[in-house]
Ligand binder design. Structure first.
Ligand code: VG1
Ligand code: CO
Length: 543
């Protein structure tokens, strides 16, 4: 069948952010909007003729209809095959795995991650390359350039594909293969971890709560935890993915996963709690009365990963995003392996992983992962924690206390100011940038600035340079404040302020992070003029 060529206009503002393009769902549903972006992706990666792509998403509102459009456009652009998760569902790490396992030319992942879903909420789309990872900046720049010049896109007219039935069908000459979204991923997890040891933990009465937050990990967690590891049924809660995530934010942090937090801090708390986000790449870990900050989680996992079969030989290196605390660096140092500091976003870990320079990576935003895929992976982190708990026989609070006693504790918090006026947010950043040279020596909040810079990154593998990745202020005595604007928001600007302080005195390791960080918090406000410039008295979200 000859494809229909539809005339269109370039659409302004289709610039991919930290993780693909995210916009209000209604924007994506607007005339030619999704189509323009899909055609720009296809053109930006050099066409899809003869190629095989993986397609799937987190099941949010518009996921299924967007997939039908993508399939008809892939056929019109002469793709050879699309591999689609049944029901249009694939968690981000499962999609990454499928791209790698099947040796495809990449994939399209539909998700706005932890942002709410629904007709009035958010939608997103990103391209991952043949290594299974998010497209690097070179590729996203090409995709963006195409969006600004595109005047037509191709689509075939065809009946809807039945996404619910496994098997292969033909769409105007392109094969559409509907696959089980869970099975390959569950097998991968079984190959990495000691399922016998974890199963024994559950058999001996260990209790766990996994909150899937009505998002994509429900079916994955149920299959792995309840079916393969024999955790009691009911271990997974909110396990049915819903197009609007039950009206909540599928964001696994103490604010949005408050149901889980209440249970874990309550009188009948299970031994272990965990949650994941909309597309399954983030994780939250919480023990009995003990929330684990993502930066600490990365450090503990890196320290003890050798207890899991896949990492028994040790790690080649550890990478963390710049705003993530330096806790992982000290683990790398103790192990005598390389540590890397990258800009925010998983795409910056891809080259290091591909080159074998690092085995484990993590971000303060609740993302941890390894070289098993090229995305962060929520359930992977949960299973590695379970593996470590099973092998050490210790509790989460004990493991944390051990870790801090050995390495010191990086008190850490992130303060988010959401939907701030864009001009005000840009003005705040520009003001810091303009004053970088004069900051050292200044006092604020009882602290003195030691140095300040704007973080830039030279990729050690391909030499590419990424500028303007956040402003860092280091204080005398080891504290740090980092400022950057979010690249995933869909409304105004989100200012993220990252606060950190290393404590090594053994009698000072059990403080509340907000108390421990009070001087850094007040210094950050004074130096960046947060309150006066944003007009906000307090952050919207503190994690
Ligand atoms: C945020 C996080 C970042 C993460 C990104 C995508 O980006 O800070 O660490 O990689 O989301 O995560 P930003 O630009 O808003 O700070 V996900 O779970 O949305 O794929
Ligand atoms: Co996510």
């Amino acid at each position: 069948m000859t494809p229909t060529v539809i005339q269109t206009q370039p659409i302004d503002g289709q610039k991919p952010g930290t993780s693909g393009l995210r916009k209000k769902t209604r924007v994506f549903m607007g005339e030619h909007y999704l189509e323009n972006y899909v055609q720009a992706i296809f053109d930006g990666i050099g066409g899809v003729e003869g190629k095989t792509l993986v397609v799937g998403g987190d099941g949010r509102y518009f996921n299924d209809r967007a997939i039908q459009v993508i399939l008809r456009m892939a056929a019109a652009n002469l793709a050879q095959r699309c591999i689609v998760g049944a029901g249009g569902i694939l968690s981000t790490p499962a999609a990454s795995h499928l791209i790698r396992k099947r040796g495809t030319d990449g994939g399209l992942i539909l998700s706005a991650s932890h942002n709410p879903g629904g007709p009035e909420e958010d939608f997103g789309l990103k391209y991952n390359g043949p290594n299974g990872g998010p497209a690097n900046e070179g590729v996203t720049d090409k995709i963006y350039a195409r969006t600004t010049e595109l005047t037509e896109y191709k689509v075939v007219e065809a009946a809807e594909i039945d996404l619910g039935t496994l098997g292969e069908s033909d769409l105007s000459g392109m094969a559409v293969e509907i696959v089980d979204p869970v099975n390959d991923y569950a097998e991968l997890m079984e190959s990495l971890f000691d399922f016998a040891a974890i199963g024994e933990l559950f058999a001996n009465g260990f209790r766990m709560r996994f909150d899937a937050m009505h998002a994509v990990t429900g079916p994955y967690a149920t299959e792995i935890l309840e079916n393969r590891l024999d955790a009691p049924s009911g271990t997974v809660s909110n396990g049915t993915p819903l197009p609007d995530f039950g009206g909540g934010h599928p964001d696994p942090n103490p604010i949005w996963a408050n149901e889980l937090m209440d249970e874990m801090y309550g009188s009948d708390a299970p031994d272990f709690g965990a949650a994941s986000d909309g597309d399954g790449d983030r994780n939250m870990i919480v023990g009995k009365g003990a929330y684990v900050s993502p930066s600490d989680s990365l450090a503990v996992l890196a320290d003890l990963a050798h207890l899991a079969p896949a990492y028994a030989e040790g790690l080649s290196g550890i990478a963390r995003s710049m705003p993530t605390s330096a806790a992982a660096d000290r683990v790398a140092k103790a192990k005598g392996i390389e540590a890397f500091e990258t800009p925010t976003g998983w795409k910056f870990f891809g080259n290091l992983l591909d080159a074998g320079r690092v085995t484990i990576c993590g971000e303060e935003s609740a993302g941890t992962g390894s070289n098993h895929v090229r995305e962060k992976d929520g359930l992977w982190a949960v299973l590695l924690w379970l593996n470590i708990l099973a092998k050490t026989g210790k509790s989460v609070p004990d493991l944390l206390a051990d870790h801090w006693a050995r390495y010191g504790r990086n008190y850490y918090s992130r303060h988010d100011y959401e939907a701030v006026d864009s001009d005000a947010a840009n003005g705040l950043m520009q003001n810091l940038r303009d004053n970088l040279a004069t900051l050292p020596g200044q006092s604020a909040g009882g602290l003195t600035v030691e140095s300040a810079d704007e973080f830039a990154y030279d990729d050690p593998v391909d030499g590419s340079h990424s500028a303007a990745q956040g402003i860092r202020i280091f204080f005398e005595g080891g504290g740090r404040a980092v400022f950057r604007l979010s690249g995933t928001g869909t409304q105004g600007a989100t200012l993220r302020v990252y606060l950190e302080l290393l404590e090594t005195q053994t009698d000072q390791l059990q403080k509340d992070p907000q108390d421990a960080l009070a001087p850094i918090i007040s210094a950050a406000d004074a130096l960046a003029e947060i309150k006066s410039r944003t007009g906000r008295d307090a952050p919207d979200v503190i994690t």
